[in-house]
Ligand binder design. Structure first.
Ligand code: MG
Length: 336
């Protein structure tokens, strides 16, 4: 027997919580498109995201460690996959829409700059109006990704997926519970994998973590992940929104604050960051003066969108592409 879209939609009504987002009640897309025969609207969104060029570039974008030598450090792509796995576990346990959760999480960082947060900071300082990776992720799926067969720009994703991407960070709250899961899953993922990577790099040791937090959350990455994920599931099952208990939620924030002090702002760990920031800002200044040196599609956009296109071009770069363009444009060939 073949399971088609209508069967999936019916299954959702039989198995999901009444508070879930149902595919057949989606607010739809900006541009009308015929429904797919076999996939629901959210399954289709997920597939469009995976097949996008921006998704493939995540492989060569920094998570926290710039150009890590080892093969086991996270990249923006593996971070995204971990967020997605955590979010899907939470969605499934709460009987929420796993497909919608997956689509939002796979797209949440598509707008991230090269060189992790220092790239974001560098663009934020120089671009008029600043830079925010959540907004840029929406711009990637709404405008920058192109499908030659379509008369419109972007991936034309459903409004629920766009809302979840736009509201995954900061104090914003997504309209759907599936979107709210993304914010928690993102934090749970990066706090735990950044500790793991920092220990791997010899920058942190487990012993530096507050014993009170270890006792509450667990003494290994895997135990801490489990504690946090289970806490989101249990607390959210007794609430109208996605949440954590005050005790574990606070412990997670304390662990995050510890990471800010010992890793994110640690001058030893982040010694290369100032170079990466300068590189991004040099590229920005260069293309602002010479937009025709950008790749042709961005120079075309520049005619209409001006400086926004310079920001788009740089934000879309992988670490290595940014470095190669810098070398090509700024360093005489003889010396390279
Ligand atoms: Mg993220």
């Amino acid at each position: 027997m073949i399971v088609n879209r209508q069967a999936f939609e019916e299954l959702e009504h039989k198995t999901l919580s009444p508070t879930a987002s149902f595919a057949d009640r989606s607010l739809g897309r900006k541009h009308r498109e015929a429904e797919d025969e076999y996939r629901t609207v959210f399954q289709r969104d997920r597939d469009r995201i995976i097949h996008s060029k921006a998704f493939r570039r995540l492989k060569h974008k920094t998570q926290v460690f710039l150009s890590p030598e080892g093969d086991h450090y996270r990249t923006r792509l593996t971070h995204t996959l971990e967020v997605s796995q955590i979010a899907r576990s939470i969605a499934r346990a709460l009987r929420l829409n796993e497909d919608l959760t997956e689509a939002i999480t796979l797209a949440h960082d598509l707008g991230h700059t090269p060189f992790g947060h220092c790239g974001e900071r560098a663009l934020d300082q120089v671009h008029p109006g600043g830079f925010d990776h959540s907004e840029q992720s929406v711009r990637v799926v709404e405008f920058l990704e192109r499908r030659p067969s379509k008369p419109f720009k972007g991936l034309n994703l459903s409004l629920e997926v766009l809302d979840g991407i736009a509201n995954h960070s900061g104090d914003r709250q997504a309209a759907t519970l599936e979107g709210q899961i993304c914010k928690f899953a993102d934090r749970i993922a990066y706090i735990n994998h950044d500790i793991d990577d920092a220990i791997r790099a010899g920058i942190l040791t487990n012993e530096q973590i507050d014993p009170g937090l270890i006792e509450l959350l667990g003494d290994t990455s895997s135990k801490r992940l489990k504690t946090m994920i289970q806490d989101v599931i249990v607390s959210s099952s007794q609430s109208e929104c996605i949440t954590m208990s005050p005790l574990i939620g606070q412990a997670m924030l304390d662990l995050r604050a510890f990471l800010f002090d010992h890793l994110y702002y640690n001058p030893v760990a982040k010694g290369e960051e100032i170079r990466a920031e300068r590189l991004v800002q040099h590229l920005y200044a260069f293309f602002r003066e010479a937009p025709d040196e950008m790749s042709p599609e961005f120079f075309r956009d520049y005619q209409t969108h001006g400086i926004e296109s310079v920001k788009d071009y740089i934000a879309g770069m992988t670490d290595r592409y940014a470095i190669n363009r810098f070398k090509e444009l700024m360093i005489p060939r003889f010396w390279q």
